[in-house]
Design a protein around this ligand. Structure first.
Ligand SMILES: Nc1ncnc2c1ncn2[C@@H]1O[C@H](COP(=O)(O)OP(=O)(O)OP(=O)(O)O)[C@@H](O)[C@H]1O
Ligand SMILES: [Mg+2]
Length: 511
């Protein structure tokens, strides 16, 4: 499976476009206009409308046209949109006037001639139907399965945006709480693709997120592995804060940071009088009692400390240094390492019995170069975060910067990407981050970039080849997802149409 799946790319591009603009479009009217415009582009059709359900009067309402304030209202049981709302299903009508449920009074009112209609229900996060999203008059032929899927995907984003915009609209009225709630709502929007701060829309990260959700209430020990900066600690915190122990302490220890001699008293505590002047002190196991203990770099533990931890895990009691009576503890252990513990075991550096105790569940975080398709989402989120925290207006990346971010080697993984985005945002005074800032400063390619498609024959690995591969892949994906509509594909890719045509020629991609 190539990392840049066209459907994912398409969804991401549409989602990013909406999310980005949502920063400035907190007003419901503007949001609806925005989504209607996105839909018209994505489905290559004449018009799109969003109907909102007014439950009290059982009516659907919508603005008559883009930018107008005139409101159209009708009985929620009427028409194709009404049918989508009533049944919750996709309704695809190829010939409107011969369809029994078509409500031609609307054409009568608006003076518009409907040929074909596609309507889907819009559901909020609780699964309740809150309206319908409708597309009218496909430019060529009728709406197909792809359009149905696209409109459905858009409708699910629309629901969240609408709900949030409606809520924000209400909040505007209570001025004093605005700032706080607004931030909360934004977090909820962001939350769609970020659970406990773990950002990622693709399968690899979503699998991790789903696993965390599945194990949230079992108290199994989890081992998180992965290179530096891939989010191991983030995952550990997500596990703790989504578990039933969330209100109890999360205690972390970096096993590599303390000398061997101090680790034991740090972990298990020390009894008064072990040495002159020593006061008794609780260890981290005790501090984490009924909570979670996170042992980072567990591969660096001494054999003595490993043996003691194993005993705590087996017997659920601990002994302080110099202590007599064992103390019962109830601790969930999470561990992380960027070492290969199986190699360590083979070398005799790590106990096999402890290994099986701590990795009841194993989560491996992929290096960023294996999940490049997440880079646009991550980079945009970090940029949003910067703007929010520094209270500056929205910023965006120029397409050139985004392309460079996509292909950089990232030996420091997500941490490095985050730092780079924060640095770029801090040194840029415009709203659009220009490529110049990056070419100068992006760390040089310390590692050769991976070939983008693992199945492709390995060519000479150079940055240039990797960029070419990625470009080819993205162009093919964009063309496929827009059914060879060059104008739309160019838009998805952030290129001009001529720029796209030039690249297609260079890579001999047929149009
Ligand atoms: N999927 C992700 N979504 C959002 N932020 C991420 C993600 N992965 C990593 N980060 C961010 O990258 C930075 C590094 O993450 P973290 O400290 O969890 O990495 P680590 O694997 O523990 O690294 P190390 O091995 O160097 O300790 C943090 O700022 C974290 O929030
Ligand atoms: Mg870490």
């Amino acid at each position: 499976m190539g990392p840049m799946q066209p459907e994912l790319h398409e969804k991401l591009a549409a989602l990013l476009a909406i999310c980005q603009k949502m920063n400035s479009e907190r007003d419901l009217g503007a949001l609806l206009d925005l989504m209607v415009r996105e839909a018209t582009h994505l489905l290559d059709c004449d018009r799109a409308s969003i109907f909102l359900l007014d439950r009290e009067h059982n009516q659907l309402w919508s603005k008559v046209a883009l930018g107008s304030d005139e409101i159209l209202r009708f009985d929620a049981r009427m028409g194709i949109a009404g049918k989508a709302v009533q049944t919750g299903e996709v309704v695809n009508v190829r010939d409107a006037y011969s369809h029994p449920e078509f409500y031609n009074a609307i054409d009568g009112e608006t003076g518009y001639r409907t040929r074909n209609v596609l309507a889907v229900a819009v559901r909020n996060q609780r699964g309740e139907v809150v309206g319908a999203f409708e597309a009218l008059n496909k430019h060529t032929g009728a709406f197909g399965a792809r359009d149905e899927a696209a409109l459905d995907a858009l409708a699910s984003h629309a629901a969240i945006a609408i709900e949030n915009a409606q809520l924000i609209g209400e909040l505007r009225r209570s001025q004093d709480q605005l700032a706080e709630h607004n931030a909360h709502l934004m977090r909820e929007v962001v939350g769609k693709f970020s659970v406990h701060g773990i950002i990622g829309a693709g399968v690899r990260i979503q699998q991790v997120v789903r696993l965390i959700e599945r194990i949230r209430d079992s108290l199994v020990n989890v081992l998180v592995t992965g290179e530096s900066g891939t989010g191991k600690e983030l995952v550990a915190k997500a596990i703790h804060y989504s578990s039933s122990r969330a209100r109890r302490p999360f205690v972390a220890l970096n096993c590599a940071a303390l000398p061997e001699t101090l680790i034991e008293s740090e972990l298990f505590g020390i009894e008064k009088g072990v040495a002159t002047g020593v006061e008794s002190r609780a260890g981290l196991f005790q501090k984490a009692d009924s909570g979670t203990l996170f042992l980072d770099e567990i591969g660096d533990l001494s054999p003595a400390a490993q043996a003691k931890i194993l005993r705590v895990l087996q017997e659920r009691v601990l002994e302080r240094v110099g202590g007599r009576a064992p103390i019962p503890v109830d601790v969930r252990l999470l561990a992380a390492t960027n070492k290969d513990l199986e190699t360590e075991i083979a070398r005799g550096g790590f106990r096999e019995d402890l290994y099986y105790r701590i990795k009841v569940i194993h989560i491996h975080m992929p290096p960023l170069r294996e999940i490049r398709e997440e880079i646009p989402l991550l980079a945009n989120r970090f940029l949003e975060e910067y703007c929010r925290e520094t209270n500056r207006g929205a910023m965006e990346f120029s397409p050139g910067v985004l392309r460079r971010l996509l292909t950089a080697p990232w030996p420091g993984n997500v941490r490095q990407l985050r730092n780079e985005v924060m640095r770029l945002a801090a040194i840029t005074h415009q709203n659009v981050i220009p490529e110049d800032d990056l070419w100068e400063d992006l760390p040089p390619a310390a590692l050769p970039p991976q070939p983008v498609s693992p199945s492709a024959p390995r060519k000479e690995v150079s940055l240039k080849n990797a960029v070419a591969d990625l470009e080819k892949h993205m162009i093919a994906g964009a063309l496929e997802s827009t059914r060879n509509n060059q104008q739309q594909a160019a838009r998805l890719l952030g290129l001009s149409r001529q720029g796209l045509i030039n690249k297609m020629k260079r890579y001999s991609i047929a149009g």
